[in-house]
Ligand binder design. Structure first.
Ligand code: CA
Ligand code: CA
Length: 71
């Protein structure tokens, strides 16, 4: 069914999982809710979020998310 070449599709589904209310961007709250299930500590989560949120507006768009994974 889905091939291995669709890496942006994988990112898209990862993004959708993080975007709990499906409004098209990830807030720190959503990010935290997702990663706290994975037993990550809060400081690490906040740092990771800040690193992805390149324009520091407190929201991670799919574009920013994509950029973060390409680097
Ligand atoms: Ca959201
Ligand atoms: Ca942003």
């Amino acid at each position: 069914m889905s091939g291995t070449k669709g890496s942006s599709d994988d990112l898209r589904s990862e993004f959708d999982r993080l975007d709990g209310d499906k409004d098209g961007h990830i807030t720190l709250e959503e990010f935290r809710a997702y990663y706290s299930k994975a037993n990550k500590d809060d400081t690490a989560i906040s740092k990771a979020f800040a690193a992805i949120d390149s324009d520091k507006d407190g929201l991670v768009t799919f574009e920013e998310f994509q950029r973060a994974y390409k680097d």
